[in-house]
Every structure is written in structure tokens, then in C-alpha cells.
Design a protein. Structure first.
Length: 343
């Protein structure tokens, strides 16, 4: 009686889940995947490591979970949780059955405090610390001057790769202060050997090495828009534009594939109403449903040729102020419906 002609606009239709700030049990992740598949959303970017918690079992480095997956909260209670490799496989298979691909994220060189608490030699100064107990950007990051840091990161990648059959592997790359690198003998030696003038080039050095390692394993690197800083980013790297759309526009001009996930439209940890008095506490911002629906991800400043590099759209749910699964659902619904329309 009718014929329906319908197709998605973008191949990558994603959401990001953050079980690091507040842990999401496997049952909750599966429930989210079921809901996402109803919206034809086909990627879950799983942010598995951060300052406040390391959430994936790595057999070669057991302290990542015995130490890195727990933190002491302000009231003295312990917040903990991680996924065993068996559970990761179960989630990936469940997602596949729902036509959803999981994109794992191993964050570097910043947001690594939970790992540094477990293995202090990963930082420049090697000081013993704890997983971070407050929100915000941490100054202590991985040391790109030491070879042991690369061995660690590559070992972790080697254990993660077989768990995630998709092509994309997210390495974070955002919010990594460079002050510690300026004070570190190993970092300064690396800069001298490489002929670098500024610490930002150490960030590109790390991204380039990790990108090569991932390529050897058949994976493609994806990172937040800061991976453009320092220059020389290999064009195979995919860029996720989160600080507005500027990073994505620049990346498309440089012929990188781009996922648009601007905090100006698609950060679902932001308030949905101006009546914040009567809302659960949120991180700030104001992104009502209308604004999400109204988002046009294709920047008009790009030529039609450059626009081809915009391959996807994603919304992110950071969970600093989202302690429970029910609150997470409150934040994403109905904005996920609007997101799906945009995608
Ligand atoms: C980010 O929101 N720091 C990617
Ligand atoms: Zn260093």
C-alpha cells in the first residue's frame, strides 16, 4: 500500500556513557543499549578510564582495578566498580545483537589519575597518589618522556583490542595540562631529542606513536579535538569536536573524519530547564529539547567537499553530578529522541 524511503543521514550515530565518575552496572548499560537501538543510534562510546575511576579489568596490571577502581567520597563512603573482561564481552555481544557498536575509550595523556594511583611510575614525578576525589581537570598526567609509559599504554591497548571488534579506538586526548612535562627530566630529554620547541609537541608525539600502534592492530584512532594541537596529526585520525564546532570545522579542512559532539548543543549533563531550583543538581549550562532538535551538524562554512568529512553526531553524558541510573535516564530523555532526529 505504501513504500517508505528512509535512511539515516550519518553513519556514526552515537552517545557517550561515563561510568568513571559514577559507575553504571552492566544491567544499566544493557538497558541503555536497548533504548538506543530503538532510536537507531548505532554507537556507544564507552568512556572506561578517568581520574576518578578505572573501569575495565586489565589482567597484566591488576592494580588498575584493585586500586584504580575505588575512591573515597566526601562522606567517607567508597565508590567502586569495574567491568571484568567477561562482562565487557557480554556487553559487546548484546550491543551487536542490537546493531550497536561499542567504541572503547582509553584516556591519555590526561585524565589518568586512577591509573597513576595504581602505578605511580606512569607520571612525571612518580609520586604516590589516590584516584581523584574531586571533579575538574587534574594536573598530574601520564609522562610521555618515559618509555615505560608507552609500554604500559600499548600493553593495555593489546588487552582491550580483542574485546572490541569495531574499527575505532578512542584515546581521549582532552584536557591534559602540560606543566608537569615542563618540570620533568625525561620529558625535557624527549623534547631535545625530537627537536621540539613546546610541550604541546609531546602531546602530538604520544598521539602519533599510539596511532601507529593501533594501526598495527587494525584499529583507527579517534580523539577529542585537542589532538589537533601540536600539529602533525595523521589524517587517518578521527576528531571528535566537543569544544563547540570549531575543532570539527578545522579538522574537516585538514581532511580528518569528524564526529560532531559540541558542548553548545549535545552535552546532556547540562540543564534542560532554566528552573534549576527545582531540578536535580547539574554541571551547569542550558540545553533544552528545542535546542537539540534545532542543531544542524553540517557547518555552512565548509565547502561541499569538506562537508563529506562530517561523518557523525554524538551526545555525551558526563556523570559528575549524575550519581544514579534513574537520574542518567532523566537527563537523556527525551533529549536522545531529538538527537536521533538530528542523526
Ligand atoms: C570533554 O568534555 N572534556 C571531552
Ligand atoms: Zn615526564
Amino acid at each position: 500500500a505504501v513504500s517508505i524511503n528512509d535512511a539515516p543521514r550519518f553513519t556514526y550515530r552515537g552517545v557517550m556513557l561515563d561510568p568513571c565518575r559514577h559507575f553504571l552496572p552492566v544491567s544499566a548499560v544493557k538497558e541503555e543499549i536497548e533504548r538506543l537501538s530503538a532510536y537507531k543510534i548505532n554507537r556507544v562510546h564507552w568512556h572506561l578510564t578517568d581520574d576518578q575511576g578505572w573501569r575495565i579489568e586489565i589482567k597484566k596490571y591488576p592494580k588498575l582495578t584493585t586500586i584504580g577502581s575505588q575512591r573515597v567520597e566526601g562522606d567517607g563512603s567508597i565508590h567502586r566498580g569495574f567491568y571484568t573482561q567477561e562482562e565487557v564481552r557480554e556487553v559487546v555481544a548484546f550491543a551487536k545483537a542490537h546493531h550497536v557498536e561499542i567504541v572503547p575509550e582509553l584516556e591519555m595523556p590526561g585524565h589518568g589519575m586512577a591509573a597513576i594511583a595504581a602505578y605511580p611510575w606512569l607520571s612525571c614525578q612518580g609520586e604516590q597518589m589516590t584516584p581523584r576525589i574531586i571533579w575538574g581537570v587534574e594536573d598530574v598526567v601520564f609522562c610521555p618522556g618515559k618509555e615505560t609509559t608507552f609500554r604500559f599504554l600499548e600493553d593495555v591497548i593489546d588487552e582491550m583490542v580483542p574485546l572490541f571488534p569495531g574499527k575505532l579506538f578512542h584515546i581521549g586526548g582532552d584536557e591534559s595540562p602540560r606543566g608537569e612535562w615542563a618540570k620533568c627530566d625525561s620529558c625535557q630529554t624527549r623534547m631535545k631529542t625530537q627537536g621540539y620547541k613546546k610541550e604541546a609537541q609531546l602531546q602530538s608525539y604520544l598521539i602519533a606513536r599510539i596511532s601507529k600502534h593501533l594501526a598495527k592492530k587494525g584499529k583507527q584512532l579517534i580523539g577529542w579535538d585537542e589532538i589537533l594541537e601540536g600539529g602533525d596529526l595523521d589524517t587517518t585520525a578521527v576528531v571528535m569536536s566537543w569544544r563547540g564546532e570549531g575543532g570539527g570545522i578545522e579538522a574537516a579542512k585538514q581532511k580528518h573524519d569528524v564526529i560532531m559532539t559540541p558542548n553548545t548543543y549535545l552535552y546532556f549533563d547540562y540543564y534542560q530547564t532554566k528552573d534549576t531550583e527545582n531540578e536535580p543538581l547539574a554541571i551547569g549550562g542550558y540545553l533544552p529539547l528545542e535546542r537539540v532538535y534545532g542543531y544542524e551538524p553540517m557547518p555552512s562554512s565548509l565547502t561541499p567537499e569538506e562537508q563529506k568529512y562530517i561523518i557523525g553526531v554524538q551526545a555525551n553524558l558526563w556523570t559528575e553530578y549524575i550519581p544514579t541510573f534513574s537520574q542518567a535516564q532523566y537527563m537523556v530523555l527525551p533529549r536522545w529522541a531529538a538527537l536521533a532526529e538530528v542523526q
